[in-house]
Every structure is written in structure tokens, then in C-alpha cells.
Ligand binder design. Sequence first.
Ligand SMILES: Cc1cc2nc3c(=O)[nH]c(=O)nc-3n(C[C@H](O)[C@H](O)[C@H](O)COP(=O)(O)OP(=O)(O)OC[C@H]3O[C@@H](n4cnc5c(N)ncnc54)[C@H](O)[C@@H]3O)c2cc1C
Length: 437
Amino acid sequence: MAAQTVFHADVIVVGSGPGGATVARALARAGRQVLLLEAGRDERQRPDYGTYLGPLRYAERGSFLFTEEGMQVVRPLLLGGATSMYCGCAAPPPVWLKDRYGINLDSEVAETVAELGIAALPAELRGAASTRLAQAGLALGQLWQPQRKFMRPTRSRCFDCSANCMLGCRCGAKWNAAEYALDARAAGATLLTSARVTKLLRSGNRVTGVAGFHHGQPFEARAETVVLAAGGIGTPRLLQTSGVAGAGEGVTMDTTTIVYGVTKERGSGREPPMTWSWHNQAEGYMLSTLVDPWLLYPLITALSGWRRPLTWPNWGRSLGVMMKLTDEVAGYVGPTRISKPLTSRDRERLKAAETVVRRMLVEVGAAPDSIFSTPLRGTHPGSTVRIGHLVDIHLRSEIEDLYVCDASVFPQALGQPTVLTIIGLGKRLANHLLARG
Ligand SMILES: Cc1cc2nc3c(=O)[nH]c(=O)nc-3n(C[C@H](O)[C@H](O)[C@H](O)COP(=O)(O)OP(=O)(O)OC[C@H]3O[C@@H](n4cnc5c(N)ncnc54)[C@H](O)[C@@H]3O)c2cc1C
């Protein structure tokens, strides 16, 4: 057997999604020796990146990952984490983070918005069908607004986004956390891809490093500080291997479904995803314009019953409204299984949201008997290592010098895009670590 490689750094960061990449970049730029470990690879230059074949390789179980209850969970495992498959939507942190926990991310978020040029797409790029849907919502008294995006058409020579954007951005308009990871490397960090961490190394109650496999070969890495940013599923699993009681108990998903209706006009599938949204804070759900990519549509709708894929020829005239629920903390992330039951309150709110969406679709000309909902999906796994439960407001865990910075620390579901909040948390944690010396 090959000799085990041993790395040394000031700070080890596990996971290169928005949480990990942000912390790593800020610390490397401040002169810290950073080791950034990512289980996946940089897939962005590969020919199948952003095609239907790509997620079969780089999402866990080819995106056919299901909870015990049958909810599909999309878990991208590659450099940049889930931002390789996200819709590029940006939302400010929820106000309760400041009001209830004293976590004020205003300056971190303002800095990010300015740096990345976060803004709604220009009106002419929001899509005619998506805009018709938003207008129908406005006519019903809902406050639909252009969705702010981590997406700059000027970064791309051929901005031709459609629903396929969720397979991986091929045109380059969408910001990806992989860019921050490469910025970290440019600032002196060591970035190892295909480096899967399997356990934490400890001396008593102090973390001293991590161990895992790099390209299949065992390695150890030692540092004074370790930041776990392996995401809402990966982080609790790592804590479980270290015997942290309660890790993974309770999970939120911002449970999602898309409601479809068919009209006589062109649908919204060839338009950029989620260009308009309405966040109904009072009722705890968000609506946005979204259609599944053409080839995924029959697969996803088949989960609602064998007749649904027969509506595939209508895809080009379909309008889709995504419903995202601020779901309650329930279920668990175990070493190999995930459970995410919906509470009765979750079900009531989903039903209420669906009634609202049906009215909108009819308002915009969809035939009532063409309207149906896809099965439930989870794309925002989080709240598995919650602030106030397993980490404090500085994201410190009960193990000394071990921090967590990803969606798992959300104390409750955001029910809205997560990435801007996670970047804010990453910048705040980096400042905390630098101030600590
Ligand atoms: C289809 C889809 C659409 C979405 N759309 C939006 C949107 O429009 N706007 C928005 O804000 N959010 C969106 N999200 C959610 C958002 O992308 C995630 O909530 C966010 O990326 C989570 O960030 P994170 O840092 O917690 O973890 P992740 O992004 O999940 O990153 C974790 C990283 O850790 C790595 N990792 C895991 N385990 C290990 C290990 N043991 N060792 C080493 N590395 C490991 C993974 O490979 C991954 O790269 C979407 C998500 C999906 C799937």
C-alpha cells in the first residue's frame, strides 16, 4: 500500500460550495495557509458539463436520490457544490437571522452584490411567457417581482439560457462558487479535488485535522482550525463519524414542486429559469417561474403517474410555476439514509399554495384540466447542524477549533434562495477567524 500523504495548513476547509469556497478565499487572501478539500472534480470544461449526461455523473446517484418518503433530492458533488446546478437566484438573508440571532450580514451581502453584479435580468431577457405569468399573479394581488440573479448576460458571448441551466451553466453567465475556490488557489491556498474527507482527527475535545482519500489514496491533513462546509447532507455525516450527538437530527429542504398548465401560446421552458418570483412570507412559501428541462420532463412527471409523460408533446406550450415551501424541521440525515416527512402544517401550506397557482395558471389561459403538480423535490438540504443547537452564532461547534459554514447551520428553513446568505456567513466566519488570530 502507498505511504499515506500528510498535509499541513493553518486552516482546512472541507467542501467547495458557496460556504467553503467563500471562507477559503477570504482566509487565503488574508495570508492564511488554507487547504481546501473537495470530494468532486472541476467539471466545467468537460464536454458533458451542462448536458443531460453531466448530472448523471456529478449529482449523487445521478440525481436519482430519494428520501425514505420518496422525495427526490438533488445533491451535486463537484467543485463549486450545488452552485453548478442552481438557478442563479439571489435573495437577501431572512430578517429573522438578525432579529433573533443577532447575525447581521448586511455589509457582507452588500459587498457580494457589488462584486458579483447581482441584479434582475433586463426586462427583455426575463421571457415573454414568464412575464405573462408574473402579470397574472400581479392581477390577482400578488407582489411578483423580477428575481435578482447571480447571472450576468454580459459574461457570456451567447446568453441562451433555458431550463437546461439547471444541468450546469454552459454559457458562463452564471456565477459559480468554483470561481471563489480558484480565487483561493490564486491567493495561495492548496486546492485538492477528488479529495473525500471521511473523518475528523481529534485530540481530546480539540480537532487536529481530517483524514480521507485523495484520488482513492488515503491522506491525512493537520491544521489548527477545521471548517466543515460539506453541505446540508455531507456535514452532519462527518460530524456523526466523530460522535457529535444530534448531528443530522432534523432537516429542511425548502420542499419544492412545479405546477404545470398548458396554454395555446409558447411556454416558458426555453426562457431563463426563475426570472420572476413572489415570496409570500406570511404564508411561508415562494412562487417562481420554472419549467423542467425538456428531456427531464417525462422522467420527472412519470413519478406522478404513467399518464403524465404523455403530456410531453405539450412541453413547448407549458407554463410552470415552482412552489418552494418554508418547511418545518423534521426527519433526519443518517449515515446512508435521509428522511424528510412533511408535517401537517407543511401539507396545508402546500395545498394553499397550489390553489393560488392554479388560479394564476387559469388567469393566464391554461386549460384547467391540463394543470397538475410534479412530485416533491428537495434541492436545499439544510438545518441539520443548526445555529443555537449544535453551533453557536460564530458557527463554532462543541469540538474546539471546529467550525461549520454551509446550509446545515440554518436554524430553520429559508424558503428562498440560500446562496447569498451562505456567502454572507462565509465572509463573516472568515472575519471571525482572522480576528481570533
Ligand atoms: C437544482 C438546484 C437549484 C438551486 N437553485 C438555487 C438558486 O437559484 N439560488 C440559490 O441561492 N440556491 C439555489 N439552490 C441551493 C443552493 O445551491 C445550495 O443551497 C447551496 O449551494 C448550498 O451550499 P453549501 O455550501 O451548503 O453546500 P454545497 O453547495 O452542497 O457544497 C458542498 C460541497 O462539499 C463537497 N463535499 C461533500 N462531502 C464532502 C466530503 N466528505 N469531503 C469533501 N468534500 C465534500 C460536495 O462535493 C460539494 O461540492 C439550488 C440547488 C439545486 C440543487
